[in-house]
Design a protein around this ligand. Structure first.
Ligand SMILES: Nc1nc2c(c(=O)[nH]1)N[C@H]1C(S)=C(S)[C@@H](COP(=O)(O)OP(=O)(O)OC[C@H]3O[C@@H](n4cnc5c(=O)[nH]c(N)nc54)[C@H](O)[C@@H]3O)O[C@H]1N2
Ligand SMILES: Nc1nc2c(c(=O)[nH]1)N[C@H]1C(S)=C(S)[C@@H](COP(=O)(O)OP(=O)(O)OC[C@H]3O[C@@H](n4cnc5c(=O)[nH]c(N)nc54)[C@H](O)[C@@H]3O)O[C@H]1N2
Ligand SMILES: [Mo]
Length: 675
């Protein structure tokens, strides 16, 4: 996208030809310029007045002093790990990198995590286990039209990634087949050849069932399995008990459809399997992703052109944001905090003693769950996330935020989380600063500054540098993104996500560069795994997966499934999109999708006020009747604050490895009326 000024501070987003979106942009992109000049924009720091308990405008000096003092007090009383940091996948690479360094070097805390934990962390773990590295798509989007069959699991990309939809349309017009797995008949399903309307939380059973049929029908690629993979025998044994009738019972997908899907995949010359938040945001998220990876590997549809498994990464910098150290166990370049060689390398770059680097900290929900407790985080600094709306079990998280000794939020707006803070810092946003982002293909792109931030606003890099100085830490924290990137290049050199050969000039000249790019003369790597996988011995690893039911299944008290997700016109916690008039008016209030037959049994009509209750809490919503959803399932978008918050309901049961909460499945009760 490109910003153009017609003078007088009026900015418009215009088309620019770029290989990823091919000039296309979604509604949120077209309207994003409206936010730049929004009246709601924070333009001065806010500090909570101790007497009136109100947030009041303050100078930067006062605000930064308050934060530094709180940090020192917490540290003295409770130690370094009582300071927590929460980041976001919307931050640029430079900011994410600096935030991770700030936590480990300036605060010397292990307690840092970010909203990507709630996003694609399950797929990331699965990819590392199976392929040795996690890059959302191991191939460019432009490969998608060339796949004969695509299996798209739990993605509504027609609504969530409209610019990407064109690749699927092209695939279709070339005669390709698209199978979509979703409990709802979404806008994406409308473009599909086959819709598998799955029972929420049963994805692993589906993947195992499809592999079971593929083995029976002779679709597996034994030569590929022998040459390029390890561990298939155990998987073969495991899926032998997933016969179609059993899988139909678990998933609610008819046997005949299972056979149809297996045939479309098994007889295709090229095939791509993609997962998104549907199967990933579950307490079985890693297993779900692994089960679909098993299927791709067994069919020999990986490590070849126009084939492979990929995860559709969501946020603006969802990919880069997960590579450079804002995750609890991570160092820049996708290095690991618990790896001695990785620690030594990064300690050298940061000019600190390796022994002084903390160990891995708690995952996002595990940190939030205990805020304010003895031995837990007591002072929290948030950059780029609206937790009070977007975290699972948000009622509890909100209560916990209130138990903190001190909360700082850096944001563009007074988000629902910022409203709870002791100090709010106004930060600059995308068009107002330079920086790189890494898109869902692993392509590093450069965002040039299009305008100056409003007066009184600082960039997150400036905020971090100022805090470092106040804390009396000698480490260097450059405020220019270009300088940070130079350091990030060196830090990532030799790591899985190697950016060392990437420069701002090259990105601009070459329309982005795919990592790994280990040298300035290296062209970058659009397609991974063509010769070998990134595991130590070059083989992809199968992992046997047993289906286990969701952490909470419907019962007498809570008889329906609840799932949550997105609508086209709102973005995330809505902190930004609820402030854009056209977007607000196209989806003004929180709602729940319910099947008309189910609604009838409860005497609920379209537009009625209804009350949803789970073991976590209650939300008030407007009923939206639609035959597009399964009879046994309700869907609530999570974009709204207050009593319509989907996350008052969601289950924070975590995946044992990725620590992903179960946003996509829990048990719920619906009642008519407010009280
Ligand atoms: N308009 C809009 N676009 C966005 C965003 C936004 O908030 N608004 N957010 C961005 C971000 S951060 C992300 S991560 C992406 C997310 O993009 P998507 O993954 O496409 O979004 P979701 O709506 O969370 O989930 C996708 C689908 O999963 C289905 N689903 C629910 N439960 C299950 C299940 O048990 N199994 C399966 N197979 N499917 C299930 C839902 O019905 C839903 O249609 O979108 C990005 N783009
Ligand atoms: N029930 C349910 N809950 C979910 C999900 C779901 O599917 N269902 N999806 C999860 C997923 S995938 C995600 S990614 C999360 C997202 O949820 P959040 O992490 O809450 O994401 P946003 O709403 O985008 O919040 C980002 C905040 O940062 C601000 N901001 C934007 N740019 C910058 C910047 O450069 N600097 C600073 N300091 N601030 C900035 C914005 O104004 C906004 O307030 O929600 C998760 N929560
Ligand atoms: Mo996300």
């Amino acid at each position: 996208m490109h910003l153009e000024s017609s003078g007088d501070d009026i900015w418009a987003v215009t088309e620019r030809d770029f290989p990823t979106n091919r000039g296309g942009l979604c509604q949120k992109g077209w309207t994003a310029a409206e936010l730049l000049s929004s009246r709601d924009r924070l333009r001065t720091p806010l500090v909570r007045d101790t007497r009136s308990e109100r947030l009041c405008p303050a100078t930067w000096e006062e605000a930064l002093d308050r934060i530094a003092r709180a940090i020192q007090q917490t540290r003295t009383a409770y130690g370094n790990d009582a300071i927590g940091v929460f980041g976001g996948g919307g931050l640029t690479n430079e900011k994410a990198y600096s935030l991770g360094k700030f936590a480990r070097v300036a605060l010397r805390t292990s307690q840092i995590d970010y909203n990507g934990r709630f996003c694609m962390s399950s797929a990331a773990v699965a990819s590392i286990k199976a392929f040795g590295v996690d890059r959302g798509l191991p191939f460019p989007l432009a490969d998608i039209p060339h796949a004969s069959t695509i299996l798209l699991v739990g993605s509504n990309l027609a609504a969530t990634m409209p610019p990407v939809m064109q690749y699927f349309q092209e695939q279709k017009s070339r005669g390709g087949a698209l199978i979509v797995v979703d409990p709802r008949a979404t806008a994406t399903v409308a473009a599909a050849t086959l819709h598998l309307q799955i029972t929420p939380g049963t994805d692993a059973a589906l993947a195992n069932g499809l592999l079971h049929i593929a083995i029976k029908e002779g679709y597996v690629d034994e030569a590929f399995i022998a040459a390029r993979t390890k561990g298939f025998d155990l998987v073969r044994r495991t899926v032998s008990s997933y016969w179609p009738a059993r899988v139909e019972r678990i998933t609610g997908i008819a046997e005949q459809q299972l056979h149809h899907a297996a045939r479309l995949l098994g007889t295709a010359s090229t095939a791509i399997i993609l997962t998104a938040r549907g199967p990933e945001q579950q307490s079985q998220g890693v297993n779900n992703a692994l089960a679909f990876i098993n299927l791709a590997l067994a069919l020999g549809k990986a490590g070849k052109p126009y084939c492979g498994y990929g995860c559709l990464t969501g946020q603006g910098n969802g990919q880069g944001g997960r590579e450079h150290g804002q995750k609890a166990d991570q160092l820049p370049g996708y290095r690991k905090l618990d790896n001695p060689a990785d620690r030594a390398h990064i300690a050298r770059i940061w000019g600190v003693n390796e022994r002084d680097l903390p160990q891995p900290g708690r995952s996002a929900y595990e940190m939030l769950d205990r805020l304010g407790d003895e031995g837990a985080v007591r002072t929290l600094l948030v950059f780029g996330s609206n937790l009070a709306v977007s975290a699972p079990n948000a009622g509890h998280v909100e209560e916990r935020l209130g138990k903190l000794d001190f909360l700082m939020v850096s944001d563009l707006f007074l988000s629902e989380t910022a409203e709870l803070a002791d100090v709010v810092l106004p930060s600059a946003q995308w068009a107002e600063e330079e920086g790189t982002m890494t898109n869902l293909e692993g392509r590093v792109i450069l965002r040039r500054r299009a305008m100056c931030p409003p007066e009184g606003v600082r960039t997150d890099l400036e905020i971090l540098a100022a805090l470092v100085e106040k804390l009396g830490c000698a480490a260097l924290f450059p405020t220019r993104a270009g300088e940070v990137f130079e350091e990030l290049r060196r830090a990532s050199a030799g790591g899985a996500a190697d950016y060392s050969g990437i420069t701002y000039d090259r990105i601009a000249r070459e329309n982005g560069i795919f990592w790994p790019c280990p040298g300035e003369d290296h062209p970058g790597t659009p397609r991974l795994f063509l010769d070998r996988f990134a595991t130590p011995d070059g083989h992809a690893q199968f992992h046997p997966v047993e289906y286990r039911s969701a952490a909470e299944e419907p019962d007498y008290e809570f008889p329906l499934y609840l799932t949550t997700g997105r609508v086209m016109s709102q973005y995330q916690s809505g902190a930004q999109t609820r402030r854009v008039e056209v977007l607000k008016s196209s989806c003004p209030r929180p709602f729940v999708e319910i099947h008309p037959s189910m609604a009838r049994t409860y005497g609920i009509q379209n537009g009625d006020e209804v009350r949803l209750t789970t073991r976590r809490g209650t939300a008030l919503l407007a009923a939206q009747l639609t035959p597009a959803i399964r009879m046994d399932t309700l869907f609530v978008p999570f974009h709204f604050p207050g009593s319509g918050r989907a996350n008052l309901l969601t289950n924070p049961a975590l995946d044992p490895i990725s620590r992903m909460p179960e946003f996509k499945v829990c048990a719920v009760r619906i009642e008519k009326g407010k009280s």
